[in-house]
Design a protein around this ligand. Structure first.
Ligand code: AMP
Length: 249
């Protein structure tokens, strides 16, 4: 069984992003970039399935600029067997990525496609769902547990107020939530090994995909600054202020 895992190169989660002065986006010049955290969970899950003898091959895919190769090498250091970079300098919106992944699903015929539930840069939470729609495959989003057996995936999903369990006939699309697993640390020997693993580079046009943006960003702005707090002498004054000033009581 082959597993395709999608990984996005995003601004590292520790970086405090700054909005560009013209409001056209966030400044990513000289900023540390890393694999989207939910995609680390996705590749970890795929590698665990291969280590358990359930999957035979894990293929990591990233769409974007040349530097996404580094993201793919990290995936291969975690344990992916090979990487595919679909290289494009254009802004790739979720629909464009979903179309690319659909073309790769047609080409590679995986039994399982695992994506992150969302990318921490655009917070779209769309690509997995769009891929499932384009391919007509069953989907389970926000997975917190995945069991694969007898041509089926049994997936526990994080939903409001609890967990829902779905049974999907393979091939299927799964998106990962935070509690699915804890990704392993990448070791130096595995980083070295990853350098020798195959990495194929394609262009969206090679897959017959039009990646032209369908959405236009009108403006990006910082959240409003929090105003300074006020010290109150006692509870009585606090309750008074909550009633008369904040009007929340
Ligand atoms: P989003 O819909 O943008 O929140 O992204 C959800 C998931 O889709 C991510 O966690 C990735 O697994 C995948 N994805 C999004 N953009 C890309 C990309 N450029 N390359 C590869 N995978 C991506």
């Amino acid at each position: 069984m082959k597993i395709l895992v999608a990984m996005k190169r995003v601004v590292d989660y520790n970086v405090k992003v700054r909005v560009k002065s013209d409001g056209s986006g966030v400044d990513i010049a000289n900023v540390k970039m890393s694999m989207n955290p939910f995609d680390e969970i996705a590749v970890e899950e795929a590698v665990r399935l291969r280590e358990a003898g359930i999957a035979t091959e894990v293929v990591a895919v990233s769409c974007g600029v040349t530097q996404c190769q580094e993201t793919l090498r990290t995936a291969m250091a975690i344990g992916a067997d090979r990487g595919i970079l679909v290289e494009s300098a254009d802004e790739l919106q979720p629909l464009a990525v979903a179309k690319i992944l659909k073309a790769l699903v047609d080409k590679e015929q995986p039994q399982l496609v695992i994506l992150g539930k969302q990318a921490i840069d655009d917070d779209s939470n769309q690509t997995g769902q769009m891929l499932a729609a384009l391919t007509g495959l069953p989907q389970a989003t926000f997975a917190s547990k995945v069991v694969v057996a007898d041509g089926k995936a049994t997936v526990a999903r994080e939903v409001d107020g609890g967990s829902e369990t779905l049974s999907l006939k393979l091939p299927a699309v799964i998106t990962t939530d935070l509690r699915l697993n804890e990704p392993r640390y990448v070791t130096l020997p595995n980083i070295m090994k990853a350098k020798k693993k195959p990495l194929e580079t394609l262009k969206p046009a090679d897959l017959g995909v039009d990646v032209a943006p369908r959405l236009k960003t009108l403006k990006v702005a910082e959240p409003p600054k929090r105003s300074a707090g006020v010290m109150v002498p006692d509870v009585k004054t606090l309750v008074e202020k909550l009633k008369t000033e904040a009007k929340v009581l």
